[in-house]
Design a protein around this ligand. Structure first.
Ligand code: HEM
Length: 227
């Protein structure tokens, strides 16, 4: 067997991964404070805490929006592991086979994950859902923000959401999605670690370096992107 090292994650993918990660951490922390402003009492020495928290929330919100737009663009022009199509593995026969293989692994029915260089099929499916949640947070967040100026551009672009659901429901969904992000973060780190230990393919370091490695004959997703 030939041992190979492959550049899997290009620079824009890694950059967006980490800026999204930081933005989401800030958004969850400041969002939690907006929901429960425990420091803002009538007698506090720092009455503007909420103002700073909201400012940080909105700046991180812009960062998340920028990250999603860059990733969307790279999903159109990047390498085969970055393409938008890979996030929907169940659309191809090979992808469905791989998906079942991952489920069998997690159900302890198979000793190994299907060998892959990119993300595994189950992870890709979850990521497409998480991208959808992030997109919802951006639209709902900017819609809530835009309400301060209903004649402004922000409201023009996102205020349509209130024709489907009331302000209360948008706000509740924006809050509830925070728990989805938190649960994802825990499962994501766990799965990354398991995969790294079981497969010894450099998963954990690959989002820093861009490289993964393993035995050439094994991978089902090596080489140029199929047309
Ligand atoms: C992962 C992404 C995000 C998370 C986890 C998150 C979390 C939260 C949470 C927990 C709240 C408090 C909800 C409540 O108590 O009703 C909140 C409020 C809010 N968020 Fe986000 N948020 C995210 C993205 C965004 C984005 C992209 C924007 C756009 C600028 C945004 C704008 C807002 C606004 C305007 C509020 C209401 C602030 C207020 O009423 O003072 N959020 N967010």
């Amino acid at each position: 067997m030939r041992r190979i090292v492959v550049k899997v994650w290009e620079f824009p993918v890694r950059l967006v991964h980490w800026t999204n990660f930081l933005a989401i951490l800030v958004l969850c922390a400041t969002g939690a404070y907006i929901h429960w402003p425990f420091l803002s009492t009538p007698t506090t020495a720092f009455p503007y805490v909420m103002g700073w928290m909201r400012l940080a929330h909105f700046v991180a919100g812009w960062a998340l929006l920028a990250g999603l737009l860059v990733r969307l663009y790279w999903g159109l022009v990047g390498n085969r592991y970055a393409r938008i199509g890979t996030f929907f593995p169940y659309l191809t026969r090979q992808g469905r086979k791989s998906f079942l293989g991952v489920l069998r692994y997690y159900a302890l029915l198979s000793p190994r994950l299907p060998p892959h260089l990119g993300h595994n099929a189950l992870a890709l499916t979850v990521y497409s859902g998480i991208f959808a949640v992030m997109a919802f947070q951006v639209v709902s967040g900017f819609a809530l923000l835009g309400q301060a100026d209903p004649s402004g551009t922000t409201y023009l672009l996102t205020g349509w959401i209130f024709s489907f659901v009331s302000n209360g429901w948008v706000r509740f969904a924006h809050y509830a999605a925070t728990f989805v992000m938190g649960a994802f973060l825990i499962a994501h780190v766990y799965a990354m670690w398991v995969s790294d230990l079981a497969e010894r393919d450099g998963t954990s370091g690959s989002l820093f370096s861009g490289y993964k490695y393993g035995e050439l004959e094994e991978f089902e997703d090596f080489g140029p992107r199929p047309r």
